[in-house]
Design a protein around this ligand. Sequence first.
Ligand SMILES: NC(=O)c1ccc[n+]([C@@H]2O[C@H](COP(=O)([O-])OP(=O)(O)OC[C@H]3O[C@@H](n4cnc5c(N)ncnc54)[C@H](OP(=O)(O)O)[C@@H]3O)[C@@H](O)[C@H]2O)c1
Length: 278
Amino acid sequence: MVIVTGANGQLGNAVNLLLAQQGRPHKALAHGDLDIGNFDAVRQAVKSLKPQLVINCAAYNDVDGAESRPNDAIRINGLGVRNLAIACGEQKIPLVHVGTDYVFDGNSSAPYTIADEPCPINAYGKSKLLGEKMLTSLTDQFYLVRTSWVFGEGKTNFLKKLLGWAATQEVLRIVHNQYTGPTSAMDLARAILQLTETGAYGLYHYHNAGFCSRYEWAKFALEKKAWKGTLEAVDMSYFPSPARRPLYTVMDLFPISEMGIEIPTWQEATSKWLTEAT
Ligand SMILES: NC(=O)c1ccc[n+]([C@@H]2O[C@H](COP(=O)([O-])OP(=O)(O)OC[C@H]3O[C@@H](n4cnc5c(N)ncnc54)[C@H](OP(=O)(O)O)[C@@H]3O)[C@@H](O)[C@H]2O)c1
């Protein structure tokens, strides 16, 4: 049996769907079912349900909110992961956890490899890095998969927002100088399930193949939707926000790229989502 935490989020939904399709018994635990920030509850759930695997899809993802409420982010992204790592470590159960490209400062001009040192520049990135440290120090059997710009079935994502803006506005301004790889939640979920078959614990990077700027991603999606409005490229400084965001967090997908795990391009993944979800 597989436990999925944060089961109502984008990745949680995708993991649940794939597990169901594969006929694998699983327990989907949404935020209301299990708060990963509650140490006793996490320990009790893992002990009593006796899963063979835990996949943590829960996270605090409000990048701007984390600047004014850093402890909310730390409670979930840091201590929540600590709780899961201790509980899984005690029961000798492998734990999958998902990290972020925002652990990097974005000053590189080449894709970040799994050997590159993280250096987060905002509170969200710091809380996620704390989670990585908790995970790697408190259990041996972990898969840590960093990802970026996730889109799937959930409350919100960039593509959903974009289509909402496009429905009501004739001119859209989108940032041209922030780059990474968009990630289909379904492709990520599939990669995670394949990874867990290997027993090769450790750190991985996964986003869809290739990379783009927010502007290029928006242009691609809006052209697919035959939007008739005007798209303008603006600098990130055009939209002042509480959190600084790294400019370039493209990731080098090695070694996943050599493990026979499917990595569709971001264009393929975006087209599929636009066809199926909108
Ligand atoms: N989204 C991105 O662009 C992005 C980029 C890089 C990395 N990531 C990482 O990828 C992973 C999956 O992200 P996602 O896009 O699927 O996130 P998501 O859609 O925001 O889902 C996160 C889920 O976690 C739940 N949650 C929040 N606090 C919780 C708690 N204390 N206990 C249990 N559940 C809790 C949320 O429930 P409620 O909504 O009910 O609170 C939500 O269902 C996360 O680790 C995230 O940090 C995401």
